[in-house]
Design a protein around this ligand. Structure first.
Ligand SMILES: Nc1ncnc2c1ncn2[C@@H]1O[C@H](COP(=O)(O)OP(=O)(O)O)[C@@H](O)[C@H]1O
Ligand SMILES: [Mg+2]
Length: 371
């Protein structure tokens, strides 16, 4: 399944745009012309969230709504509309699928998508919260139940934190924590268990994908290191449930002093090891780029395996930083899924990909097909 039509109104730098996409589509243009904005729109339509910023920042300056529409044909016609109105309440989002209003989480049932940009590298490796966010989005694409659990967990977390504040103001009793501890552990344990399972799955292909993009045979491992651990190897949520309750009790005093919940999946860290060492301390920019690229390839693979759906690849200025060998290598890994690529130089795109692509020039947010 692939998106063959994209329509934008007041989205980022686009007042209005209508384009037909191909299985492979290339957007060429200099900096700040509106290339990434196009990939962002596609990402939003498949995931319901952006890889950067909030919806209110995506509305064309001085306008009060944006609207995105995509169509895909294969195997059945699918029209998706995404409307965001900044003036209504705190901002109102409406998603319609084939004309019928749906919850935005319904987008997760449709197309899958993987975004990669060298611009992500700094944020991704410097901020644990960015990595959590990344994996939350990725796992939600595989498992919608995970997305639901996250929402429940966050609500309960907010309520528990509010209660901690009340207790400190002597407006509530410590005994009231028990109920929220139970609920937090119930939903949190499911999140922890699912993260473990996905990290294990990704680790099966990560070394191989790392070799593909770096020609380096070093052992790359994704480490999920939650504060709550299970003594058993099965990593079922029941095991984490009890362990989470125990931690909540142990850190109760600390939580009361801090007036926030100090441990749980909202604080967990994902990290990477290369040659058995944490990459933050020694890896070069080239290595970090290869790690994140390998991760995305493994993710694309896992999405396909778990959902039976070929994810759309959004590759934002990926090729400029790769030498020719690696470009060819990367291009060979595309196997039939929709691939949308941005670049500022067509010479950076392999001849095969160029030949099989529809090519658009993007200039000052005007998009024109190159014949
Ligand atoms: N809400 C918005 N309204 C209007 N323009 C915007 C908005 N958000 C971003 N832009 C503009 O979009 C441009 C960047 O587009 P982008 O797609 O990131 O460029 P690039 O071609 O380098 O990928 C910038 O000129 C920025 O000012
Ligand atoms: Mg860009």
């Amino acid at each position: 399944m692939f998106i063959n039509y994209l329509k934008l109104q007041n989205f980022r730098s686009y007042k209005s745009l209508n384009i037909k996409l191909d299985v492979n589509t290339i957007f060429i243009g200099s900096n700040a012309q509106g290339k990434t904005n196009l990939l962002e729109a596609i990402f939003l339509m498949t995931v319901g969230k952006s890889f950067r910023g909030k919806e209110r920042d995506m509305v064309f300056w001085d306008k009060d709504f944006f609207r995105i529409e995509t169509k895909s044909e294969n195997p059945r016609p699918l029209k998706v509309e995404y409307i965001y109105e900044s003036g209504v309440g705190g901002g109102r989002k409406t998603v319609k699928i084939n004309g019928v209003k749906r919850a935005s989480s319904a987008l997760l049932d449709g197309l899958k998508c993987i975004f990669f940009s060298p611009d992500e590298i700094d944020m991704f490796f410097n901020f644990p919260a960015e990595r959590r966010r990344h994996f939350n989005i990725f796992i939600s694409q595989i498992n919608k139940e995970y997305a639901r659990e996250l929402i429940k967990y966050r609500k309960i977390l907010d309520q528990r934190n509010a209660l901690l504040r009340k207790i400190s103001e002597r407006k509530a009793s410590i005994d009231d924590l028990e109920l929220w501890d139970g609920k937090l552990a119930e939903h949190g344990s499911k999140i922890i268990s699912e993260r473990h399972k996905i990290a294990d799955e990704l680790n099966k292909t990560l070394v191989c994908d790392y070799k593909r993009v770096s020609k380096d045979k070093e052992q790359l491992a994704l480490i999920y290191n939650p504060a709550i651990s299970s003594k058993k190897s099965a990593k079922e949520n029941e095991d984490f449930w009890a362990a989470f309750l125990e931690i909540l009790l142990k850190s109760r005093e600390r939580d009361l002093a801090a007036k926030v919940t100090t441990s749980g999946p909202h604080r967990d860290n994902f990290s990477f090891q290369l040659k058995g060492r944490g990459v933050e301390t020694f890896a070069s920019r080239g290595e970090l780029r290869s790690i994140i690229l390998a991760l995305k390839l493994s993710e694309a693979n896992l999405l396909r395996e778990k959902t039976g759906e070929q994810p759309i690849l959004l590759l934002d200025d990926v090729f400029s930083e790769l030498d020719e060998d690696r470009r060819e290598h990367l291009t060979k890994t595309f196997n039939g899924q929709q691939t949308l690529v941005t670049t500022n130089d067509l010479d950076h795109i392999s001849v095969d990909l160029r030949k099989s692509s529809r090519i658009f020039k993007v200039e000052d947010s005007k998009v024109e097909e190159l014949k």
